[in-house]
Design a protein around this ligand. Structure first.
Ligand code: FES
Length: 248
């Protein structure tokens, strides 16, 4: 039976009411992306000891995880080893164009994406993750039907979708029909703090709640798996959240 996502809709209504104010408060950082995305609540990224996460303390190429914009929707946080200071134009599966704004942080290296695969929604669970950021060189079949070897990709080993995190999670190969949804981040240069503020591109949240509701309720020990993340989101290495990573 299809599960409704009432909080999603409530969150979106709130979003509409607050989006104009949020854009006005942060005119330069997000307008281009938000035009084809959604602003959600502004949430500070924090460490498990409840202190603010500092962008400059993130390890390069570590696969971090947090939950946003809902308490059960996983996101990757990655500090790449290169600067990405230009927006990338991408297209959803519905043919809508949107801008991914690039990296944030002191060197524009910090990026974030929904960890729900755009193909059949494989995602990290407590037991296992088939979708992982891979800093080492991997081989995959590209969109041109040729084999490629590349490092620094997000690889979903369920059916072989590969995404480029330096290009807004553009699809490099496999059956995924569109990029991973991008999590919009803000960086406070005075404090080095990071905030998640919205989502750009095509999210998979409603089908994710419909397909996995019962397992998510058990895993998160709540029926309110579609509650919005409030105030803070706790960032951990993926290896700490997930018992086993499947690496293909
Ligand atoms: S679910 Fe990721 S490739 Fe199929």
């Amino acid at each position: 039976m299809k599960k409704e996502a009432p909080t999603d809709r409530r969150g979106f209504v709130k979003l509409c009411a607050s989006a104009a104010a949020a854009i006005a408060a942060r005119p330069n950082s997000l307008v281009g992306a938000v035009k084809h995305g959604e602003l959600y609540q502004r949430v500070q990224l924090r460490k498990q000891d409840d202190t603010p996460l500092r962008a400059s303390t993130l390890k390069h190429n570590e696969n971090y995880l947090f939950f946003y914009p809902f308490v059960s929707t996983p996101c990757f946080l990655i500090r790449l080893d290169k600067t990405i200071d230009r927006p990338v134009r991408l297209t959803t599966g519905r043919g809508e164009s949107y801008n991914w704004p690039g990296g944030v942080g002191p060197e524009h290296q910090v990026v974030s994406f929904s960890a729900i695969c755009a193909h059949k929604m494989s995602h990290p669970s407590v037991q296992v993750s088939f979708i992982n950021y891979r800093s080492e060189e991997v081989q995959f079949a590209g969109n041109d039907s040729q084999f490629h070897r590349r490092s620094n990709v997000i690889y979903c080993c369920s059916e072989g979708s590969v995404y480029d995190p330096a290009e807004g999670a553009r699809v490099l190969g496999g059956p995924a029909p569109h990029p991973l949804a991008a999590i919009l981040l803000e960086h406070d240069p005075n404090t080095d703090a990071l905030y998640a503020v919205g989502v750009a591109g095509q999210s998979m949240f409603e089908p994710y709640f419909s397909a996995f509701a019962h397992r998510l309720e058990l895993e998160f020990k709540t029926e309110h798996i579609d509650q919005l993340t409030r105030h803070s989101a706790y960032v951990v290495p993926l290896t700490q959240f997930c018992l086993r990573q499947v690496l293909c």
